[in-house]
Write a protein that binds this ligand. Structure first.
Ligand code: ATP
Ligand code: MG
Length: 340
């Protein structure tokens, strides 16, 4: 069976990048795969989070998953910290992964910034926890945005080294082709890398200090209109063909968002708006984003109005996740030589 695992950090509200880059694919894959979707709260605390805000964010991200179309009956939906095996397997992987591998991770460099000595050890080891998240379920496919490609490569390196380091034990346990699969990243869909509205060289992020850099799934019509109006652009009018977007990252990003939200091609969008004023296009983009996000917003609010509902989904999901996780961890302990 092909199994999907993916997750998002409750570091704030989800935004259009999370939605178009990942969540849209997650929803689709429910029909063809056995899916496990996680709110990765232990990843979130690699950077300081206000505890009360973190608790709310875990529930809000879960509500966004459900509002976007994840079906908790079909898929396993839970928050990471409820299944202790994530931390347990991450420790084993800390002992498998090499310092040199982690030193190459660009996300750590970006998030740690200049004051690297002061970054948490957790932020540095983040990719090992991510490998554990995925391999705990022996997932074959991981739908993510383009920014996670390097971490997926590290996940494969960890799986391969584990399979090699313990080959005799793994074969003796009856796994002829290695214990962990070589997980495939699924980086596809309309917008695998949505950029910041303020800076076309940076991706849209939950943790960007400026809320004007992103469109949150929870933004109301006024906020969306204002953010789109203030989005950085260049003085040229829109081109009529995609070629004309080269070297114009901000314009390219806005057109890409429009195309993704309207499920049309960039060509078709430029055929309509090319040559016209940027302001006309921006108004159309704001209207489209409002129209697409309003139902999602309403659903999220409805789900969060019932205080017990989301918690019930997470509890049930964790129980189902734990069954798979415990089985994997038992095998890992036997293979590595830890008594259980
Ligand atoms: P943070 O700033 O806290 O890292 P984030 O916005 O990067 O938040 P994550 O929780 O780290 O969000 O990532 C969740 C998923 O969304 C991942 O699959 C990631 O690849 C995807 N994703 C994040 N940002 C973008 C983006 N700008 N475009 C497309 N996909 C994205
Ligand atoms: Mg991120």
């Amino acid at each position: 069976a092909q199994r999907v695992f993916s997750g998002m950090q409750p570091t704030g509200n989800l935004h259009l990048g999370n939605y178009l880059g990942a969540l849209v694919n997650w929803v689709k894959m429910q029909d063809t795969h056995d899916c496990v979707y996680c709110v990765v709260d232990m990843h979130a605390i690699t950077m300081w989070q206000d505890p009360a805000a973190l608790k709310s964010a875990i529930r809000e991200v879960t509500a966004a998953y459900l509002a976007a179309g994840l079906d908790p009956k079909k898929s396993i939906v839970f928050n990471q910290s409820k299944v202790a095996e994530h931390a347990e397997l991450a420790w084993v992987f800390n002992c498998v992964a090499r310092l040199g591998w982690l030193n190459r991770m660009t996300q750590f460099k970006e998030k740690a910034g200049k004051d690297r000595e002061n970054a948490s050890v957790g932020l540095y080891a983040y990719p090992c926890l991510m490998a554990a998240d995925i391999l705990l379920y022996r997932a074959t496919h991981v739908p993510v945005g383009e920014d996670q490609k390097q971490h997926l490569e590290l996940t494969r390196d960890v799986a391969q080294k584990f399979n090699n380091d313990f080959r005799p034990q793994i074969e003796a346990a009856g796994f002829a082709d290695g214990f962990f699969p070589m997980t495939e990243p699924v980086i596809q869909g309309p917008a695998t890398r949505v950029m910041s509205l303020r800076d076309g060289s940076k991706k849209m992020s939950k943790s960007d200090a400026s809320d004007y850099a992103r469109i949150n799934l929870t933004d109301d019509a006024d906020a969306i209109a204002q953010k789109v109006r203030k989005a950085k652009t260049d003085p040229e009018p829109l081109p009529s063909e995609p070629k004309g977007l080269e070297g114009r990252s901000e314009a390219e990003n806005l057109v890409g968002i429009y195309a993704a939200l309207s499920e049309r091609s960039v060509e078709a969008v430029l055929a309509e708006f090319g040559g016209g004023q940027f302001s006309t296009f921006k108004n159309a983009l704001a209207d489209l984003a409002v129209a697409k996000l309003a139902p999602l917003n309403a659903d999220m609010r409805r789900l969060l109005a019932d205080p017990g509902f989301v918690d019930g989904v997470l509890k049930d999901g964790a129980e189902r996740a734990r069954v798979i996780a415990a089985e994997t961890m038992n095998h890992v302990k036997d293979i590595v030589g830890l008594l259980r």
